[in-house]
Design a protein around this ligand. Structure first.
Ligand SMILES: Nc1ncnc2c1ncn2[C@@H]1O[C@H](COP(=O)(O)OP(=O)(O)O)[C@@H](O)[C@H]1O
Ligand SMILES: [Mg+2]
Length: 324
């Protein structure tokens, strides 16, 4: 079962925290209804009572009772066309699926609140660490909308629109990670995607942006450029690469590249600008912070000429003892 540390006190509960709190208290009928909302998202932005009864095959009185409870928990909302699922409702449904499939058994604290997602620590029933990423593109719109008591119709449409955007971003990120697995690039390993949510292995690394000192900055930079080059040779450009989307090992020169939903293929009309921007962002950061002294154009040329997989001899070149 999902559990959340009881001592966690949050002044404002995020939708994941609402979800983690309610997930164990909901009953079968509640999930039946959440499933109806979740599986109908592509086709319906709102579901009427009649549709809920029909799709869930639950008795009308039970639907009325459960829908009232789900509304009180802020998992769904009502307008004059019917009912819509909210962010916390979709989070709850996703957490339930992850628990049911035994992907995770508990969810804990946030480990990264990025631009477009909330990432939480999680554990399996064998105490393995996981990271669960909930997509939150359009977050600002959500905030404006969910703090209001009454929802106008166009706000429902906006919520619905962003839920679909987030589901498709999660799909896209998993697709990119799958295309790049086994190429030798250090990446998160997606374990399961449900709706707008990806469960992956938890990387034990620090965000490059918050690292003040690196033992061998040139080796780490080389590792990152090698990874960008391998992705490029496999026809993929990250397109949002910066010190915010690289995690580095604390005891090695390993560098994981994360956050791939906006990646494009090399036949994209702006491919050349995008690869250049990725490479320049990283090299400029290394030059600025660690005095790496790498020439931008040389770095770009190396990336464009790299091979499609990591040479086996350099795959574990991460050990700090290796000098460059
Ligand atoms: N697999 C992971 N292991 C550990 N931390 C992660 C993992 N994935 C993401 N994070 C943390 O969550 C933050 C946000 O994740 P990211 O994928 O970059 O999404 P965003 O689009 O919100 O920037 C990252 O900066 C990182 O600190
Ligand atoms: Mg990011």
């Amino acid at each position: 079962m999902i559990h959340i540390d009881k001592n966690n006190t949050y002044s404002i509960l995020s939708s994941v925290q609402i979800a983690a709190n309610v997930v164990k208290n909901l009953e079968r009928e509640d999930y039946k209804l959440l499933r109806v909302f979740a599986s109908g998202l592509e086709h319906h932005e709102t579901l009427t009572r009649h549709q809920l009864v029909g799709y869930s095959k639950l008795h009308g009185d039970i639907v009325d009772y459960r829908v009232k409870g789900l509304q009180e928990m802020n998992l769904i909302n009502k307008n004059n066309r019917g009912f819509t699922i909210l962010n916390a409702g979709l989070d709850t449904f996703a957490l339930k699926i992850l628990a049911e499939k035994n992907i995770i058994s508990g969810i804990g604290k946030p480990i990264g609140v990025g631009k477009e997602s909330d990432v939480y620590e999680a554990v399996t029933d064998r105490q393995e660490e996981r990271a669960v990423k909930f997509f939150r593109i359009g977050r600002i719109s959500f905030r404006e909308v969910t703090k209001k008591r009454s929802f106008a119709l166009k706000e429902h449409d906006r919520i619905h629109h962003w839920l679909l955007v987030n589901i498709s971003a999660a799909k896209k990120e998993v697709e990119m990670l799958q295309r790049l697995k086994n190429t030798g690039i250090s990446l998160p390993r997606p374990l399961y995607r449900t709706m707008h949510c990806i469960a992956m292995n938890r990387i034990n690394g620090a965000r490059l942006v918050s690292v003040k000192d690196l033992e061998q900055p040139s080796t780490v930079l080389q590792n990152i450029l090698l990874s960008i080059g391998i992705a490029y040779k496999n026809h993929i450009i990250h397109s949002d690469l910066s010190e915010y989307n690289v995690l580095v090992g604390e005891t090695s020169c390993d560098a994981w590249i994360i956050d791939w939903p906006q990646a494009v293929t090399t036949d994209h009309p702006n491919a050349q600008q995008l690869i250049k921007r990725d490479v320049f962002n990283i090299v400029r950061f290394f030059n600025r912070r660690f005095g790496a002294g790498k020439n931008l154009d040389d770095a770009l040329r190396d990336v464009l000429n790299s091979s499609s997989s990591r040479p086996t001899t350099t795959k574990n070149s991460a050990a700090p003892k290796i000098s460059t």
